[in-house]
Ligand binder design. Structure first.
Ligand SMILES: C[S@@+](CC[C@H](N)C(=O)[O-])C[C@H]1O[C@@H](n2cnc3c(N)ncnc32)[C@H](O)[C@@H]1O
Length: 250
C-alpha cells in the first residue's frame, strides 16, 4: 500500500461522510444486524469500556455502546466523527470522540477495554500497520476482553447467483458512493495472513463466520429480513466478509 494511503483515505471519508450512512450503512443494516447478533453472545462479562477503532459514523458504538460505561470512538476523519456525534447523542457523556490515527492512538493510549471493535477498517492498513494495531489492541484489552471484527477478504469463489440476483436492483444506488469521491486503492485482507497475524499476537478465535454482502431492497421490512436471512443461511460459506470474535491469551 502507498505511504500516502492514510491521507487519501482521510480525504475520501471526509468527502463521503454526510452520505455514508444512507449509501453504506442503511443498505447493509439487515445483514449487519444478523451478523452482529451472532457475535453478541461472545461479548465480555466486563462492561466498563468499549473502543471503536476506525469508528466511522459510529455504527458499532450504536449497536453495542449502550452496554458499556464508557465508549471511545477513534477515527482520522473529522467528517465521519461529526456524523458519529450526531448518531450517538443517546450515549451522552459516555461517548468520547477521538480524532486520531488509529496506530498512534493504540500505541499511546493507557486505557484498557473490555471490547475493541474493528469493523471495515483493518483492510485499510498495510501489513506492518495491521501488525502494529493488533499488538496495540492486545495491550489495551482487559483480562477476558475481546476483539470483534468484520472485514472484507480476498476470495476466489464467485458471488453465488442467488446473491447476485438479490443485490442487482441495489447496485445503481450503491455506485453513487464511488461517484461521490474516488476511494483510495486498497486490497481486501488475505485470510491466512490475517489469521497468522492474530495468532502471532496471542489472539485466539472464539467465533468466526463468512457472509456475502446482501443489501436491503424494501427499506429493511419483514420481507427483506426474511429473504436476507434465508439467502445468507444458504449462501454464506466462502463469502467475502469475514467476521468474528477473538480473545487475547496473555
Ligand atoms: C469503511 S469505514 C468503517 C466505519 C465503521 N467502523 C463502520 O463499521 O461503519 C472505515 C473507517 O476507518 C477510518 N480509518 C481508516 N484508516 C484509519 C487510520 N489509519 N486511522 C484512523 N481512522 C482510520 C476511516 O476514516 C473510516 O471512517
Amino acid at each position: 500500500m502507498k505511504p500516502d494511503h492514510s491521507v487519501e483515505d482521510r480525504i475520501h471519508h471526509d468527502a463521503v461522510a454526510p452520505h455514508y450512512d444512507a449509501l453504506v450503512n442503511v443498505p447493509r443494516d439487515v445483514l449487519s444486524s444478523r451478523i452482529f447478533a451472532q457475535t453478541a453472545k461472545y461479548l465480555p462479562n466486563g462492561r466498563s469500556a468499549m473502543l471503536d477503532l476506525g469508528a466511522g459514523t459510529g455504527h458499532m458504538s450504536a449497536r453495542f455502546g449502550s452496554y458499556f460505561d464508557r465508549v471511545l470512538l477513534v477515527d482520522h476523519s473529522e467528517g465521519m466523527l461529526l456524523q458519529a456525534r450526531s448518531n450517538l447523542r443517546s450515549l451522552g457523556a459516555r461517548a468520547e470522540f477521538v480524532h486520531s490515527d488509529v496506530i498512534e492512538f493504540v500505541e499511546k493510549c493507557e486505557i484498557r477495554f473490555d471490547l475493541v471493535a474493528c469493523v471495515g477498517f483493518l483492510h485499510h492498513l498495510a501489513s506492518d500497520e495491521l501488525a502494529r494495531v493488533l499488538s496495540g489492541v492486545s495491550r489495551r484489552l482487559l483480562p477476558g476482553g475481546v476483539l470483534l471484527f468484520a472485514e472484507p477478504i480476498v476470495t476466489k469463489t464467485a458471488e453465488p447467483p442467488l446473491v447476485r440476483w438479490w443485490n442487482a436492483p441495489s447496485l445503481p444506488a450503491l455506485s453513487r458512493y464511488l461517484e461521490l469521491a474516488p476511494p483510495p486503492e486498497e486490497e481486501m485482507l488475505d485470510l491466512a495472513n490475517t489469521k497468522a497475524a492474530l495468532k502471532e499476537r496471542g489472539f485466539k478465535l472464539v467465533y468466526e463466520r463468512r457472509a456475502w454482502e446482501l443489501y436491503t431492497r424494501l427499506s429493511g421490512n419483514v420481507v427483506d429480513r426474511l429473504a436476507i436471512a434465508a439467502i445468507d443461511a444458504i449462501c454464506h460459506r466462502d463469502g467475502m466478509i469475514w467476521f468474528g470474535v477473538a480473545k487475547h491469551e496473555a
